[in-house]
Design a protein around this ligand. Structure first.
Ligand code: SF4
Ligand code: SF4
Length: 217
């Protein structure tokens, strides 16, 4: 029996599962734990958490474990789980929803590099309407190397720089790395979308903080 099962609170569990259903548009109540999704999950073995287990955490109302685990951050949105599910549950949408919740609650991901990757992607898309490899890698590596430097792990920082130079050279040779910055035609619209999303995120964050405060009281 899991800790969540022992501390099960029907009221908080219901409000959490309903929130995940509403935001992911997936009917978690339909899951009967057949584990067909688990056998096909691309990252399940590496993360140690499979989609069925994640759904179980949500239905048991274990919010902390559901928003802060490796599958939420390492899911590659391949949707293999959804194609195998007899109830058409797209767990990739659930991981995406939980990832958003985790950001709203300022949870530091188990692997911060994944959050740097997301940030680098969003930064580039907002500015240019698309990703430019040089800028993307620069932003990502600055954060990554900065993290090593701040924790006095100079050897790791050096190794990271060396490996990125090697990767950059190889990509450049294969014409996969472009020095010129490219823009997309709809970048103004992308910027607008981003602004709307930031506003929405701020109001959700406020709402979530007050919910957390209420839960702790
Ligand atoms: S395949 Fe569908 S019903 Fe079966 S455990 Fe996975 S999500 Fe639940
Ligand atoms: S979408 Fe995510 S959870 Fe589903 S199989 Fe792919 S990696 Fe696993």
């Amino acid at each position: 029996m899991t800790l969540s099962a022992l501390s099960y609170n029907p009221q908080t569990a219901k409000s959490f599962i309903d929130e995940v259903i509403e935001r992911s548009h997936q009917n978690l109540y339909a899951c009967y734990q057949c584990r067909r999704c688990a056998s096909g999950c691309t990252v399940g073995e590496e993360t140690g958490i499979t989609p069925d287990y994640l759904i179980r955490l949500v239905t048991l109302g274990d919010r902390d474990a559901a928003v802060d685990n490796a599958l939420v951050w390492q899911c590659v949105s391949c949707y293999t789980c959804g194609t195998r599910c007899p109830n058409n549950i797209q767990s990739g949408r659930i991981t995406e929803t939980l990832k958003k919740m985790s950001r709203e609650e300022d949870v530091i991901p188990l692997n911060p590099n994944i959050a740097y990757f997301h940030d680098a992607f969003v930064q580039g898309c907002t500015r240019w309407g698309r990703v430019n490899e040089m800028e993307f890698m620069g932003y990502y590596e600055l954060k990554n190397i900065g993290k090593h430097m701040l924790s006095f792990q100079f050897r790791k920082a050096y190794e990271e720089i060396a490996s990125q130079i090697k990767l950059g050279r190889s990509m450049f040779k294969q014409k996969r790395l472009h020095l010129k910055l490219h823009t997309s035609r709809g970048r103004k619209e992308v910027k607008q979308f981003y602004k709307i999303a930031v506003k929405k995120k701020a109001s959700l964050k406020k709402e979530r903080r007050s919910q957390i405060k209420n839960r702790q009281e």
